[in-house]
Design a protein around this ligand. Structure first.
Ligand code: MG
Ligand code: NI
Length: 474
């Protein structure tokens, strides 16, 4: 019998999860598991409510990506109400979504990912965090704060709230944008882009300087999934069609998110509470795929904004097929960050953005809607069914982190086997396992559908199940 190693909570990721590492008698890693405590309360709790309450309720699922839930929910509600929002409302919703992307992606890179890159996987954990970054690179830390504030400010300006927005309603939004507020949001964009470019240069430089490690670090094949513009194949975050490609990057499917159940099924493993979505036609496990920045850039043909597209071309040149190593997530995430800022500018410069035609009235109840959006962490589906009065009878959510469950489980196992030496275990080795999860930026409060944020733990267990090592940082 082998020993067992558990990592819980994994630090610097959002939510609650456990990594369990089993060691054999020789002290080598036998297998490592990534577990998330499942809590499905939310889907059940929503039943019986009126559908139009959902855009205000669902942001409570998560303090990290409330806007993604808010907007996916509103899109589902548009369909239930049988109404298309007017163009200005769609521009405003998309602008809010760009604010969420900028806030989330910037915070992830600078606060959660950069300590490993700038300070090192083996740095003292007491300083290997955002405080360490503030001490080592105070100007960079200040820029990170400004980026996060900028994204939050877009959300706050549009909805009047920084965290749980009440803005999108079935058929549109409930508040027009003033010209003064538009100008305030436009002014800092060039600075924001330059900060993101600085982050991207750090990520690229680090990946280049550490190629040997990067290629050994959770580098594996999978399919990929993300939204694209149906006409151009460009990266899409707010709307579009869902594209699935295989391990070679060849097209498998491109579909309307409303039909997600025709393409995606969820596999259950007895060691995990969180399900494993996969592409139905290839079956489990051949149909596994990855989402989020790496997934999206691996399915897209181009990016519609100039600076991000220049970076996208360099990214594509890394490999003939899909870019596979997990640590390239950081690179892809920062390209998307630049796109979000450039696209926010396009939206703000559109004359319709200050139009007061922001909502269309509905007079019907269709009884069903599926809202599909690219949350910062990947494709998010909100699927609602109602009775003829609009009272919810069925709610299904497939969240971004769920799609990457297989990828994170695989990454944890590979990194544990590659880097952990059970006879000479160091904190830095276990931190590499956590970094494999962090690359995917999971949002565990989302995936568990639990309300609020929870932490993660890492544990190592010996041949008789005895605890060898345990990490639980704040
Ligand atoms: Mg679900
Ligand atoms: Ni979330």
């Amino acid at each position: 019998m082998g020993r067992k190693v558990t990592i819980e909570p994994v630090t610097r990721i959002e939510g609650h999860a456990r990594v369990t590492i089993y060691l054999d008698d020789e002290g080598d890693v036998e297998h490592a598991y990534f577990n998330v405590d499942q809590f499905r309360g939310f889907e059940r709790f929503s039943q019986g409510r009126m559908f139009f309450e959902m855009p205000a309720i669902t942001p409570r699922i998560c303090g990290i990506c409330p806007v993604s839930h808010h907007l996916a929910s509103a899109k589902a509600c548009d369909q239930i109400a049988g109404v298309e929002p007017p163009r200005p409302a769609n521009l405003l919703r998309e602008l809010m979504h760009m604010g969420q992307m900028i806030q989330s992606h910037s915070m992830h890179f600078f606060h959660l990912a950069s300590p490993d890159l700038v300070l090192g996987f083996d740095a003292d954990p007491a300083i290997r965090n955002v405080v360490g970054i503030i001490n080592a690179a105070p100007e960079l830390a200040l820029k990170a704060v400004k980026l996060r504030q900028y994204g939050q400010e877009i959300i706050r300006t549009l909805s009047g709230r920084r965290i749980h927005p009440k803005f999108a309603v079935p058929g549109g939004v409930n508040k027009a944008l003033s010209e003064a507020d538009r100008d305030t949001m436009l002014a800092p964009i060039d600075d924001m882009i330059s900060y993101m470019q600085e982050g991207l240069a750090i990520a690229k430089g680090w990946l280049e300087a550490n190629q040997e490690l990067v290629l050994k670090f959770a580098n594996f094949r999978s399919g990929y999934m993300g939204l694209v513009d149906p006409k151009t194949g460009a990266l899409e975050l707010y709307d579009g069609e869902v594209r699935l490609v295989d391990r070679d990057g060849d097209l498998l499917e491109q579909y309307d998110g409303r039909n997600y159940l025709d393409y995606i099924a969820e596999h259950v493993e007895d060691w995990s509470y969180l399900k494993f979505p996969y592409y139905k036609k290839l079956g489990w496990p051949d149909g596994v795929y990855r989402v989020a920045p790496l997934g999206r850039l691996n399915v897209a043909d181009c990016i519609s904004t100039p600076l991000a597209n220049e970076e996208f071309k360099k990214f594509k040149a890394i490999s003939d097929g899909p870019v596979e190593p997990s640590l390239y997530m950081h690179y892809a995430r920062l390209i998307e960050d630049i796109y979000a800022a450039e696209h926010a500018r396009e939206l703000l410069e559109d004359p319709d953005i200050v139009s007061t035609e922001i909502v269309n009235e509905s007079r019907t109840i269709t009884g069903e809607g599926v809202g599909t959006i690219e949350a910062p962490r990947g494709t998010l589906f909100h699927h609602y069914k109602t009775d003829e009065n609009g009272q919810l009878t069925d709610v299904n959510l497939i969240v971004a982190t769920g799609h990457n469950n297989w990828a994170m489980s695989t990454a944890v196992d590979m990194v544990a086997k590659e880097f952990i030496d059970g006879k000479n275990m160091t904190e830095g080795q276990l931190n590499r396992v956590e970094a494999a999860i962090r690359a995917y930026d999971p949002c565990l409060s989302c995936s568990t559908h639990a309300i609020g944020q929870m932490p993660i733990v890492v544990e190592v267990r010996g041949p008789d199940g005895e605890l060898v090592k345990r990490i639980q940082r704040d």
